[in-house]
Design a protein around this ligand. Sequence first.
Ligand SMILES: NC(=O)c1ccc[n+]([C@@H]2O[C@H](COP(=O)([O-])OP(=O)(O)OC[C@H]3O[C@@H](n4cnc5c(N)ncnc54)[C@H](O)[C@@H]3O)[C@@H](O)[C@H]2O)c1
Length: 344
Amino acid sequence: MSAPLRIGFIGVGSIAQAHRDGYVAAGAEVVAIADLHAPSLTARAATWHVDRTYTDYRAMLAEGGIDAVSICAPTAVHHPATLACAAAGVHVLCEKPIALDLAQADEMIEACRAAGVVLMVNHQLRSHGAATLAHRMLEAGELGTITHLRLRQAHDWAGASAIGGSFATKAVAGGGTLLDNGCHLMDFARFVAGDVHEVYARTAHRKFDVEVEDTGHVSLAFESGAIGTVEVAWTATGWEEGWAIYGTEGALEYSNRLGEPVLRHVHRTSPGTTWGDTDVTEHRFAGAKPHARHVLAFVDAVRGVGPVTCTGEDGREAVRLILASYESAARGVPVPVAQAFEAL
Ligand SMILES: NC(=O)c1ccc[n+]([C@@H]2O[C@H](COP(=O)([O-])OP(=O)(O)OC[C@H]3O[C@@H](n4cnc5c(N)ncnc54)[C@H](O)[C@@H]3O)[C@@H](O)[C@H]2O)c1
């Protein structure tokens, strides 16, 4: 048995708990945590049973004794924190979006490559049991040719009347719901249907007193010829994560919105199916949630026994598609992704 992987955290706010659950499931040990906010550090140190706490992540890295770090600080911190981890020879699981812009993402990818450390981005939708199965079925051609996709991530901050500082400003978050939620969906779109060559986006600012958009739609054109839509909102009531993938030989539908989340495979295998009466095969997924599954994959990648399931380049491409979408929304026209950055 090899020694447990020694994990550090940069940022121990909301999403950090999901990472910690994954490390516990993977048998790794959280040995050190860093956060600017001392009360958060104290609280996490007590519940996670961690002795080493730091208000400056550079001091944590300088002291050593850490194999890998989860970066769960606001998006503006991802770039400097990843560069510091790479310089310390520490593997990185970075929250999404990977960075505020493509230049930052490029530096992060290059720094980790040069240091020989893993850089994995936390687009955990890929690690959902339903997504993994969908990917396998699509690879095996079970849906025929993909024709179109519908992807949705929408919520209302649990009914809050205001949005926290790290999500409300462009300087710290990089964008609104389109970047925050949309980057996950862009990554998912590529995961199941390949690269996107054109985007046509609309954004709206309907509810919150923030300087970023709180509602957005994007129409996608894939290189394969398939088309798709991305819908994101901080202005939906409740919480929905859902997607549908349609192919010439069947469809896959997943939503957490209607009762217990299941993946429905809709097909016409039996004789005598009609408009509404089709064959449906349902798949349920037990055990680790997507975040924990993603962390388990990261630990395997660090140990060299599994692939990096969402690379720095994947994270960069998700941001590139969102930045192109912002450009499309600003210009009011469809934008070929390759041309989106010419005028910037
Ligand atoms: N993958 C997902 O599904 C998912 C979900 C939520 C958030 N996120 C991402 O995770 C990141 C954090 O989001 P959150 O919801 O946990 O935010 P949060 O505000 O709850 O927590 C962020 C924490 O980082 C700390 N922090 C800020 N600057 C720091 C610094 N320089 N060094 C160390 N700590 C610092 C804050 O004090 C805070 O405790 C964001 O990039 C967000 O987009 C991802």
